[in-house]
Design a protein around this ligand. Structure first.
Ligand code: SF4
Length: 317
């Protein structure tokens, strides 16, 4: 079964995305999902969404892909229990200890290995599989051969982001802590969760400093093309038939921080494109014009958001 997953940066976005044709949404509880609070949900909003999912037969997943410190482990586990008991369908994690802990305590919940786990090779995936994870978010730029290896050597289901960096950058997703070296604020909520603003991996938003205009010193003899710190991700299209052929079961649209109208249009676009491929269509050229328009809107919103985050970090120091 192929599932189209959409982002839920708010309860309204999540419901709008489901009504636009998504089968599933993923949302982040406040302080636990690498986003600013404006793009995360309260417990009550998550409960409402889970209830909505039960009513309309939709799948609700949680991103809790941060690395809790020792004093936060009990709170982390209590939160997971709260959502699992309420009926959430799956949880995205990145920390190996958390994955093991959640599997030991909640044998039936589906566990996704978030792209922020920074998986490098098939042995990393086997390791997470042995810890109890069921679904691997395919690392950016992995090709057909790597996907075949996952299918042959593990029982992980495959989840593919519908975007990828078109050029390689210098930073591996999930292994970047540079924002927290730049500037970090601490804010404890009423449950004593430290939001660590500036450190995504600790549960705050990242300042996106990879997007700033850095003066990189390049040896052009060794590297003729000027690299960026991080490649710019673009929405995918042409890869869809191959992903379906390779058994990818979850197609994930990014963008919890985007606007609701844009997310709804992207969901409608991928709904049509994915259904076309699932019905045996291999030629996606009829989708190209619409795809280019959506990519343009995607890029424009991203640049605006990243610039404001970088600006926040630079005025804060
Ligand atoms: S600075 Fe860039 S690469 Fe590093 S965590 Fe933030 S968005 Fe990711």
């Amino acid at each position: 079964m192929a599932v189209l997953m959409a982002p839920g940066g708010s309860k309204s976005m999540a419901i709008a995305a489901l009504e636009s044709g998504a089968d599933s949404v993923y949302v982040g509880p406040r302080g636990w999902s690498r986003r600013p609070q404006s793009d995360e949900l309260t417990d009550q909003e998550i409960f409402d969404l889970i209830d909505y999912g039960k009513t309309y037969d939709k799948d609700i997943r949680l991103a809790m892909n941060v690395m809790p410190c020792p004093e936060e482990f009990k709170l982390f586990l209590d939160k997971v229990e709260l959502y699992v008991t309420r009926g959430v369908d799956g949880i995205m994690l990145c920390d190996p200890g958390c994955i093991r802990l959640v599997r030991q305590n909640f044998p039936d919940i589906e566990i996704h290995v978030s792209v922020t786990a920074g998986v490098f090779n098939i042995n990393d995936i086997k390791f997470f599989n042995e810890l109890g994870a069921n679904i691997i978010v395919i690392p950016y730029r992995w090709g057909v051969e790597e996907l075949r290896q996952i299918n042959q050597q593990t029982d992980m289901a495959l989840e593919a982001f519908m975007f990828q960096a078109t050029k390689p950058g210098r930073i591996c997703p999930g292994r970047c802590y540079s924002s927290s070296y730049f500037h970090i604020d601490h804010y404890r909520d009423e449950e004593q969760k430290n939001h660590c603003i500036g450190s995504a991996s600790r549960g705050g938003s990242c300042h996106r400093i990879c997007r700033a205009q850095w003066d990189l010193e390049i040896d052009h003899e060794l590297q003729p093309e000027t690299p960026t710190l991080k490649g710019t991700p673009e929405l995918l299209l042409w890869e869809l038939p191959q992903y379906v052929e390779l058994g990818v079961s979850r197609f994930k649209i990014p963008g919890r921080e985007r606007s609701i109208p844009l997310i709804c249009d992207i969901v409608k676009f991928y709904r049509r494109a994915l259904d076309h491929v699932l019905q045996g269509g291999k030629d996606l050229r009829d989708f190209e014009e619409k795809w280019e328009a959506i990519r343009h809107r995607w890029r424009t919103e991203r640049v605006r958001r990243d610039d404001s985050r970088v600006h926040h970090a630079t005025v804060a120091i």
